[in-house]
Design a protein around this ligand. Structure first.
Ligand code: AQP
Length: 330
């Protein structure tokens, strides 16, 4: 029997997880658990690259880990752990930082976006070098597959380039990973501004649907979602509001574009928004119920994360031993 390909993916505890995180990432991790040898990581060290509150970080971390389990990440089939519980992540990140040309990091669009104008003087050096920490996260586990939303593709490509560069400089140490991006639902956009992605740390009014939002709040947010004045309901790249709503519907209902357009032909935005609110609330209700059960039993979550860290650390330690050897450090 051949071993299943190893998958690694991470998620930042930087705020309330939202529908974009779920449809673009978590749901795919859950559905593919039997296909892969899974490593899923709550990447708390990525959440500290921007200003943050330590009390909130701790609370966000537990909320996110519990939500991942509630969404269906099964600790028997997946290794679920917290990045800072496995010290090898930061050690490898430093070694990779010393192997990374500055120009590669300067080309990262997320850094460029977050450091425009005078911001460059203020943002942390960690924000600049965080793609090397992300590369370390991936490379520590001999990862073959990295399922991410479209927004993270550039970072996985950097991890690939770094693995190849390291192997060329120091010998064959790392597995070269591949990003896997789904077409449908790959990028869920903000409801108040469909030109910006739905994001945890963006506090635009009405931007995100939180995974813990009540059905009433969900209906209300969709009812207020920005569309346009054209009236008819079709997929159209020049009409990001209605296209975003249809894409969310498509991801959850599984209908094709043609089926969806036929379903809403001659109907108004109000109908689409109402149906979407019901669809999303229906998908999130069982997750919210499991989440409540988990929060009532904190020791179960502690145990899942402790077991996950031990399993992850065993693999990471082996990789680090090869890396130190290759780099002349031991
Ligand atoms: N809007 C989105 N649509 C589809 N996928 C998304 N992801 C994030 N936003 C969307 C995917 O969720 C996974 C975890 O993301 P992350 O927490 O590591 O960081 P992020 O991409 O920066 O997510 P956020 O929510 O936008 O957080 P903040 O605001 O803190 O930066 C990734 O696979 C990501 O692609």
């Amino acid at each position: 029997m051949t071993a299943k390909p190893r998958v690694f993916s991470g998620i930042k505890p930087s705020g309330d997880p939202h529908l974009g995180n779920y449809l673009g990432a978590i749901r795919n991790w859950v559905n593919d658990q039997d296909r892969y040898d899974n490593f899923f990581c709550v990447v708390d060290q990525h959440a500290i690259t921007v200003a943050y509150d330590p009390v909130n970080l701790r609370a966000n971390l537990r909320q996110l880990a519990a939500l991942l389990v509630a969404c269906g990440i099964d600790p028997d089939r997946s290794c679920l752990f917290v990045q800072s519980h496995v010290a090898e992540h930061t050690e490898l990140a430093w070694l990779l930082t010393c192997t990374t040309p500055m120009g590669w990091l300067e080309r990262m669009t997320q850094f460029k976006d977050k450091s425009v104008g005078g911001q460059r003087e203020r943002v942390s050096a960690g924000l600049f070098t965080y793609p090397t920490l992300m590369a370390a996260d991936i490379l520590l586990y001999d990862t073959l597959v990295v399922p991410v939303g479209e927004d993270q593709k550039q970072h996985v490509e950097l991890a690939r380039d770094l693995a190849a560069r390291f192997n060329h400089l120091y010998g064959d140490v790392f597995t070269v990973p591949e990003p896997v991006i789904r077409e449908v639902g790959a990028r869920v956009m903000g409801l108040d501004d469909p030109t910006k992605k739905m994001s945890k740390s963006d506090e635009g009014a009405n931007r995100t649907i939180g995974l813990l939002d009540t059905p009433k709040a969900i209906q209300k947010k969709f009812a207020r979602a920005v569309t346009d004045s054209e009236g008819h309901i079709v997929f159209d790249d020049n009409r990001p509001g209605v296209t975003n709503l249809l894409t969310i519907h498509q991801t959850l209902s599984g209908l094709t574009k043609a089926e969806l357009e036929a379903r809403f032909a001659g109907r108004g935005y109000g109908d689409l928004k109402k149906e979407l609110g019901e669809l999303v609330a229906e998908a999130l209700t069982p997750i919210q119920q499991r989440y409540i059960e988990l929060t009532e039993d904190p020791r179960t979550l502690d145990q899942i994360l402790a077991d996950g860290a031990a399993r992850a650390q065993a693999v990471a330690a082996q990789t680090m031993s090869r890396v130190r050897q290759a780099m002349g450090l031991r």
